[in-house]
Ligand binder design. Structure first.
Ligand code: SF4
Length: 439
């Protein structure tokens, strides 16, 4: 049975009642910046964290949130943890097809939930799997040439952002990767240029991060596949008929094609979560095609910035443990991969499954979809549900309430997370393991 977390190891104490932690990894988006300085108050405000250096608004919302007091509940009534665990184990043990959704947790948490799903013949799916699938379909069918955050920071002279508001989804991407104070191999190229294709948020906000050259190519998101198709044709030298087409900015695309040909290391960047428009997966495919074409004459790569809410960790762990990417069922006794069939939202709408087990340890907004099925929620305190879960077990946030590990969005490194405050909240790992032990 999980116990209250043990004490924390403070890196520094400045004698003012504040514990200060340096080089803190942020768990609140897939970049996992590891340069934050975070303070933990003491006395009456003990446990309240504030960001002293670096960070961003998104990180502040996560670190500085004051979670309300919480207790395990059954049907909306407070209970003790042992009773909640026993009830959850009974529901899972009696289910024929439990659905394990959300999956907003760290590497160890996903491992524990997957072990539970394996044991109980369930289905696992992250709540951002639709975004993952926009990439995965392309990777599986034709492969791709990808960069990493580090390689982009050190080498890129042209960064083309495709229909993604990165200042909202990954706020420090431009500050840390495109306009860093320093980079290897002679520093940041002085002519490093960012081209924004489609709806990428406000260019002013990007300029304020230190990016010197920003070019905008406006386009409606639904037209992005067409716009990228025209760019690809231009790069291949196809003679396009002269057209007066409001949807396609021909002149700007001709200029971009020229920039691409002249670039020494170009990178197409997108956040798959942002490509939730018609044929968003086609946009990923065309970008991948362009990158492959252009590598015949110069160096180009893609860079996908996903991984929010632990999605990169969930995708990696699912691959390590089952041999397949996300959306896997263990109902047959062996892992069965099907990204359409095991979409838990689709399954709920189709009346499939008989129990929903929802995990959300980072974001109180990441609530489960409305369902008439029995619901077990392992959730960060403060989450609002469309109805009371049958069993609610509050859990700590990795990197704040307990230590852990998260895979970065470029999937080449995992970052360690530290416990920053004493916490009575157990981790998803502890809860899932305790339930499994009672099955
Ligand atoms: S950009 Fe992402 S990882 Fe970096 S501080 Fe902001 S929320 Fe955290």
């Amino acid at each position: 049975m999980p116990t209250a977390s043990q004490g924390i190891e403070s890196q520094a104490s400045n004698g003012s009642g504040l514990d200060t932690f340096t080089s803190v990894t942020c768990p609140f988006c897939g970049l996992h910046c590891d340069d934050l300085e975070v303070r933990n108050s003491s006395g009456a405000d003990a446990g309240h964290l504030t960001i002293a250096r670096n960070g961003c608004e998104r990180a502040a919302r996560g670190f500085e949130r004051r979670p309300p007091p919480s207790s395990p509940q059954i049907g909306g009534r407070d209970t003790d943890l042992a009773t909640a665990l026993a009830t959850a184990a009974r529901l899972i043990g009696g289910a024929r097809l439990p659905l394990y959704g959300g999956l907003g947790t760290d590497v160890e948490g996903v491992r524990a939930i997957m072990a539970l799903a394996d044991r109980s013949g369930g289905v696992v799916d992250h709540h951002l799997s639709a975004a993952i699938q926009r990439n995965m379909g392309v990777l599986q069918t034709q492969g791709w040439i990808m960069s990493t955050l580090t390689e982009t920071r050190n080498r890129a002279d042209l960064v083309i952002v495709v229909a993604s508001d990165l200042m909202t989804l990954h706020p420090r991407f431009f500050e840390r990767i495109v306009a860093p104070a320093e980079a290897m191999f002679g520093g940041v190229p002085s002519d490093r240029t960012v081209v924004l294709v489609g709806d990428c948020g406000h260019a002013d906000a990007i300029t304020r991060t230190g990016v010197k050259h920003v070019v905008e190519i406006p386009s409606a998101n639904d037209d992005i596949p067409v716009v990228l198709g025209v760019l690809r044709s231009m790069l291949k030298g196809t003679q396009l008929p002269a057209r007066d087409d409001q949807r396609v900015p021909f002149n700007e695309l001709a200029d971009l094609a020229l920039r691409c040909k002249r670039a020494e290391y170009g990178v197409f960047v997108w956040a798959p979560q942002a490509l939730a428009f018609r044929d968003g997966d086609l946009a990923v495919q065309i970008v991948t095609d362009i990158v492959r074409d252009i590598n015949k004459t110069t160096r180009f790569a893609g860079l996908s910035l996903g991984g929010n809410d632990g999605a990169a960790s969930a995708a990696s762990v699912c691959s390590w443990q089952s041999g397949y990417p996300l959306r896997v069922s263990f109902a047959s006794g062996a892992p069965d991969y099907d990204p359409y069939r095991y979409d838990i939202r689709r399954m709920l709408e189709a009346g499939e499954g008989d129990l929903l087990v929802w995990t959300a340890s980072f974001d109180p907004e990441a609530a489960p979809p409305a369902t008439g099925l029995p619901l077990i929620a392992l959730a960060t305190p403060g989450m609002r549900f469309s109805r009371e879960p049958d069993v609610l077990i509050p859990v700590g946030t990795p990197g704040l309430d307990h230590s852990g590990r998260l895979v970065r969005c470029d999937s080449v490194v995992s970052l360690p997370l530290r416990q920053l405050r004493p916490s009575r909240l157990a981790s998803v790992t502890e809860i899932a393991n305790a339930i499994a032990a009672s099955l």
